[in-house]
Design a protein around this ligand. Structure first.
Ligand code: AMP
Length: 514
C-alpha cells in the first residue's frame, strides 16, 4: 500500500494525516488499519517508533468519526491502556492530533497527580479514555469509570506492562470488559506469558508482526565502543562535546546510576536532565520538556522511563550500559532515527558486558561495528580500576571507521591520551604517601599508573575506597582528594586517580571527581 488514500478512511482523518505530512502508511499501519477498520481483533508485534500509535488510533477514530455518537459521562467507548504515564500522555496527544477535525472528547488518566481534573473530564464524558492500569482501577473502584459501553479495547506495550508487574491489575480490568468488543493488542516481544495473555483477550485475531530486527534500525548507524566500565563517563563526556552530537539520550541500567551520571555531566557544564521511575510526575514532565525544547541537550534515562518517549531530533542514543534484555536495545536505539530520520546509536561495552552485546547481535541478526576501543584485559586484571600503563598506546582507538563517529572517536583518543598525560604529570608530583617504598624498582613501577573508578565507600574516619566491581577496591585517604572537599564525596561518583603506594599496599592519590 503506497498512500493513505488507498485506505478506506473518512475525510477528517485523511485530512489530519495530511496535516501531519504523513505520506504513506508505515508497515504496521498498512497491515493493521484495514483489518481493524473491518472490526477484526489485532495482535501486533511492534515497538514504539514504528508508527503503531496511528496504527490503532486511526481505525478507532475512523469508527468514532463515522458513528458520530455523543460522549456519555463516565462511560468511554474506547479504552487504551499504557504501562507508563509518559506513554499514556503521548497516546493522548496522538489521538488529539489525528482527531483534529473530529468532534471527539478524550480523557487521559495516570497516577502520581491529583485525580480531580481527570474525574472532571470523565464526568463531562469522553469518547476515548487513555489510562495507566493503577489509576484506571482506582477510578473504576470509586465509580468514576464504567466499561460496559466499551467498543474498543487497546492494550499497548503489553510486554512492558507485565515487566512492570501489572498482570494482576490487568486481569482485574479485563474481567470488567464487555464480551462484545474489538481488542487491539500490541507488544514489542511475544514471550509465552504475553501469548497467553493475548489469547485471553483476542478472538480470531489478525497477527501483524513488524518485529524490529534489521528493518526498524536501518536508519540508525550503530556503533560499539569498547571501554572499561571506569572509562565510560570520560568517554561519554568527550562524545557529548563533539560536533554533530546535538541531542542525546543516554541509557543506564539503574536509576541510581542515572542520577549519578546526570550529576557528573552537570558538574562538567553539560546541560543534562534525568528521567526514571522514582521521579515524580512533575519532575518527569519537566525533564521531558527541557529535553524536547532543547533547554538541555542530554537526557539520562532508564529503560522503563524511556518507553514511549517520542521526541523528534534525537541525534544520538548512547547505551552507557549494555541492556541485559536484548529487546531493550532495539527499544533504546529506536528513540533516534524516528520516522525515517537518521540517528546514531552508540553502545559502550565493557569486558563484562560482551555476552550481553553478543545476545543483542544475535537478536538483530547483525554485527555492530566496533569503532573505538580495545579491551586491555591484562591491565584490567592487574589493577583494581582502569590503569593506563606507562608507554601504552591506544592501538584500538586508531581504528575509528564510522563517518559520524570519527570526531568523537578522535576525542576519545585524546581523552585517553589526556589520561595518560595526567598520569605522567602526577607522576612527577607524586610523593610516597606514607613511609618509603621498599625498593627502588617498586617505586618506578608504582609511578606509572593513572586511572578511573567509582567511589564504593566513604567512611566517617576520613578514608574511602574506589572500585571497579571486580578486584579489590582501592583505598584512598582524605588528604589524597583534590579539587573537592572529602566531605562532599559520595558513593557512586566517578573519579580519576593516580596509583600510589600506601603503608599497606597500593592506594589512590590525586583523587579527583570526574
Ligand atoms: P509511534 O511508533 O506511534 O511512537 O510513532 C513514531 C513516530 O512516527 C511518531 O513521531 C509519529 O508521528 C511518526 N509517524 C507515525 N506514522 C507515520 C507515517 N505514516 N508517516 C510519517 N511519520 C509517521
Amino acid at each position: 500500500m503506497k498512500t493513505f488514500a488507498e485506505l478506506d478512511l473518512i475525510a477528517p482523518v485523511q485530512k489530519a494525516l495530511a496535516d501531519e505530512n504523513y505520506k504513506s502508511p508505515t508497515p504496521i499501519q498498512a497491515k493493521t488499519i484495514p483489518s481493524a477498520i473491518r472490526g477484526r481483533d489485532v495482535l501486533g508485534c511492534a515497538q514504539t517508533g514504528t508508527g503503531k500509535t496511528a496504527a490503532f488510533a486511526v481505525p478507532i477514530l475512523n469508527r468514532l468519526g463515522s458513528k458520530n455518537r455523543k460522549a456519555l459521562p463516565n462511560h468511554p467507548f474506547v479504552l487504551a491502556l499504557a504501562p507508563t504515564r509518559e506513554l499514556a500522555i503521548q497516546i493522548g496527544e496522538s489521538f488529539s492530533t489525528y482527531a483534529a477535525h473530529l468532534h471527539l472528547r478524550q480523557a487521559v488518566i495516570y497516577g502520581g497527580v491529583n485525580q480531580m481534573r481527570q474525574v472532571r473530564a470523565l464526568n463531562r464524558g469522553a469518547h476515548i479514555l487513555v489510562a495507566t492500569p493503577g489509576r484506571l482501577l482506582d477510578l473504576m473502584n470509586q465509580g468514576h469509570i464504567h466499561l460496559d459501553q466499551l467498543d474498543v479495547f487497546v492494550l499497548d506495550e503489553a510486554d512492558r506492562m507485565l515487566d512492570m508487574g501489572f498482570l494482576p491489575d490487568l486481569k482485574r480490568i479485563i474481567r470488567q470488559l464487555p464480551q462484545q468488543r474489538q481488542s487491539l493488542f500490541f507488544s514489542a516481544t511475544m514471550p509465552p506469558n504475553i501469548v497467553k495473555l493475548s489469547q485471553t483477550l483476542l478472538t480470531n485475531p489478525v497477527s501483524v508482526d513488524v518485529t524490529p530486527k534489521r528493518v526498524s534500525v536501518e536508519a540508525i548507524e550503530q556503533q560499539v565502543h569498547l571501554v572499561p566500565r571506569q572509562g565510560k563517563q570520560a568517554l561519554l563526556q568527550q562524545i557529548l562535546k563533539s560536533p554533530g552530537v546535538v541531542q542525546t539520550l543516554v541509557f543506564t541500567k539503574t536509576k541510581r546510576r542515572a542520577n549519578v551520571v546526570t550529576k557528573q555531566l552537570i558538574r562538567k557544564g553539560i546541560g543534562a536532565t534525568v528521567i526514571h521511575g522514582n521521579k515524580s510526575q512533575g519532575a518527569r514532565q519537566r525533564a521531558l520538556e527541557d529535553f524536547r525544547t532543547g533547554r538541555v541537550s542530554v537526557m539520562v534515562a532508564t529503560d522503563v522511563a524511556a518507553r514511549g518517549i517520542d521526541i523528534d531530533g534525537i541525534s544520538h542514543v548512547i547505551n552507557l550500559d549494555i541492556p541485559i534484555e536484548p529487546e531493550a536495545y532495539v527499544h533504546r536505539i529506536g528513540r533516534t532515527g524516528r520516522a525515517g530520520a537518521e540517528g546514531v546509536a552508540m553502545s559502550f561495552c565493557s569486558p563484562e558486558e560482551r555476552g550481553d552485546l553478543r545476545a543483542i547481535e544475535k537478536l538483530i541478526e547483525q554485527k555492530i561495528p566496533v569503532v573505538s576501543g580495545e579491551l586491555h584485559s591484562n591491565t584490567d586484571q592487574q589493577h583494581p580500576a582502569t590503569i593506563t600503563p606507562k608507554n601504552s598506546r591506544d592501538r584500538g582507538h586508531r581504528n575509528a571507521v564510522s563517518k559520524s563517529s570519527r570526531h568523537a572517536s578522535s576525542q576519545h583518543q585524546s581523552a585517553r591520551a589526556g589520561q595518560k598525560h595526567s598520569g605522567d604529570r602526577t607522576r612527577k608530583r607524586r610523593q610516597p604517601e606514607n613511609g618509603k617504598p621498599h625498593r627502588k624498582q617498586d617505586r618506578a613501577k608504582q609511578a606509572t599508573g593513572s586511572g578511573q573508578g567509582e567511589i564504593k565507600l566513604i567512611t566517617h574516619k576520613g578514608f574511602g575506597f574506589i572500585g571497579n566491581g571486580r578486584d579489590k577496591d582501592l583505598f584512598f585517604h582524605r588528604s589524597a582528594v583534590e579539587g573537592t572537599r572529602f566531605e562532599d564525596l559520595q558513593q557512586g561518583q566517578q573519579v580519576s586517580f593516580t596509583l600510589g603506594q600506601g603503608p599497606r599496599g597500593p592506594c589512590a592519590t590525586n583523587v579527583q571527581v570526574l
